[in-house]
Ligand binder design. Structure first.
Ligand SMILES: [Zn+2]
Length: 149
């Protein structure tokens, strides 16, 4: 990445990181997602976001945006662990999706459930949206897998 040095936050300069780990380390550990109103530290996203070149930026995601005193980055070890867990979660979703499509023989309508292919006791509930065939699925085991496709 030729532009990495310009975009690289100070705490990551000089480190040769795999891109996914790099991105993980640029995100505040308390970030819960912009679909939520508050982060895990109780900071309201609307209160700390700023405008830059017409776009809204948040200190949780943009190291150069420094207007949050609660921002804290994950350690290298934590970031690597998060990437590992995200990869495993993605794999579980792909397995769930392919299992459902096989089960319905590619027919994208209706709803039902089957034994979750990812865990021992989970029940994989699924339904296809009637008007567009989008799949919504979730395992009954918390944190196992959920798919919207
Ligand atoms: Zn499961």
């Amino acid at each position: 990445m030729s532009d990495r040095p310009r975009l690289c936050p100070p705490h990551l300069r000089g480190l040769d990181l795999e891109p996914r780990v790099f991105l993980e380390m640029c995100r505040c550990r308390y970030f819960t997602g912009l679909s939520h109103e508050y982060c895990d530290q109780g900071v309201k996203y609307l209160d700390v976001r700023r405008k830059k070149n017409g776009a809204l930026i948040h200190p949780c995601l943009e190291p150069e945006c420094t207007n949050c005193q609660h921002r804290e980055y994950p350690t290298l070890r934590e970031a690597k662990q998060q990437v590992k867990e995200s990869s495993a979660a993605y794999t579980r979703c792909v397995i769930a999706f392919t299992t459902i499509i096989k089960h319905t023989k590619g027919v994208r309508k209706g709803s039902g459930y089957l034994k979750c292919p990812n865990c021992d006791n989970g029940r994989l509930l699924y339904s296809f949206t009637p008007n567009n065939g989008h799949l919504h699925a979730r395992c009954s085991t918390p944190e196992c897998c959920a798919v919207i496709q």
